[in-house]
Design a protein around this ligand. Structure first.
Ligand code: HMG
Ligand code: MG
Length: 314
């Protein structure tokens, strides 16, 4: 049977591509934070377990933010307790000292702070000015590092902002390097509203390189609002990026940026990487089955083209 009829694309390696990519799965956090429905905690735990079983190396589990700001993830502590020992190794979002205290109480090992490249989104998402966000993160990162935790830092609105429009590349580099200077180990550069295009991706990665931040410390976090997420991923692969955030079934968005629709779907990413002969370690059938199962819980179909194609075939 031809490979694509067996649920996999034909593999043809292209020059200038990495051998291996790390997929950082954000569906349980970035996906579920934006759902109208509050998913029961036991369904979330099952979701995380299924994502890990599908071979994903990193599964971001939830957020320790203010429950009034993101009620969908108010059950973060219960979820991590349900996940037990497996949960201790999974990253969680933490914006401040209060969130860190909650993560430390549970013995978690990885946190992710989330800064904004723009003044307006810092205010809408964190209730802080652009400068105040770093003041908020500073003691949190210091304490987390002292406790032996790894700290990832997201930068949101790297390619455009719904209130401010175009975001200058040097402003994004300033935000990112300030987060690294606080002690974050890696940056995830977010196209929060999905407006980026391929040339812009190359220019942003190059600008970080000129500022001394190599591709080994960068991940890309694309949203598919305008259908550009895979094209942008391809451009980032060519620029040397080897870590990509993606969300099972394309779940997601951001509750504080209304124009943010789904994240790049993990299944769409896996299909493309497999076709390019890039190792990723993820079982596509298991992912599709998981996303079909989660879509049934949410009462709607997945926006992922690969989930729709393979889910319908299965
Ligand atoms: P604030 O109201 O300024 O908080 O919110 P505060 O520091 O003034 O504290 C007010 C009260 O909240 C205090 O309680 C604190 O203890 C409590 P009181 O003394 O009045 O009883 N509090 C907390 N409780 C539980 N957990 C906490 C916490 N912090 C304070 N962590 C804050 C500031 C940052 C907390 C708020 O703005 C917030 O929670 N924001 C989160 C928004 C969010 O989660 N957005 C979605 C994630 S970002 C995203 O999706 C983008 C990304 O995916 C990348 C991309 O797509 O580009 C990452
Ligand atoms: Mg996102």
């Amino acid at each position: 049977m031809p490979e694509h009829l067996a649920g996999l694309p034909m593999t043809v390696r292209a020059d200038g591509m990495p051998e291996r990519v790390t997929i950082y799965e954000v569906g349980a956090r970035d996906g579920l934070q934006n759902e109208k429905a509050i998913v029961p905690v036991e369904v979330k735990a099952e979701f995380v377990r299924r994502l890990l079983a599908a071979g994903l190396p990193i599964v971001e589990a939830t957020s320790f933010v203010h429950p009034r700001w993101v009620p969908q993830l108010a059950d973060a502590a219960e979820l991590m307790a349900d996940l037990g020992e497996a949960g201790r190794h999974l990253p969680v979002l933490v914006p401040n000292d209060r969130g860190l205290d909650r993560a430390l109480d549970l013995g978690l090992e990885h946190i992710a702070i989330f800064g904004s490249a723009t003044e307006t989104f810092a205010s809408k998402n964190l209730n802080r000015t652009f400068d105040e966000q770093f003041t908020m993160f500073e003691p949190t990162v210091a304490r987390a590092r002292e406790a032996g935790m790894d700290v990832r830092a997201y930068v949101s609105m790297c390619f455009g902002d719904p209130w401010e429009g175009a975001v200058p590349i040097d402003q994004v580099v300033t935000a990112g390097t300030r987060l690294l200077d606080l002690g974050a180990s890696h940056l995830s550069l977010g196209d929060t509203i999905g407006v980026g295009t391929a040339g812009h991706v190359g220019a942003l990665v190059a600008a970080f390189g000129e500022a001394g931040v190599g591709t080994d410390r960068l991940a890309m976090h694309f949203h598919d609002t305008y259908g550009q997420a895979l094209a942008n991923t391809h451009a980032a692969l060519r620029a040397g990026i080897t870590t990509f955030d993606a969300s099972a079934g394309g779940l997601g968005g951001c509750p504080y940026a209304r124009s943010a629709t789904g994240n790049l779907a993990t299944e769409d990413l896996v299909w493309m990487l497999t076709g390019l002969g890039i190792d990723h370690g993820v079982d596509l059938d298991a992912m599709v089955a998981t996303s079909v199962w989660m879509a049934a819980h949410l009462g709607r179909t997945s926006p992922s083209a690969v989930v729709r194609a393979l889910g319908a075939a299965g």
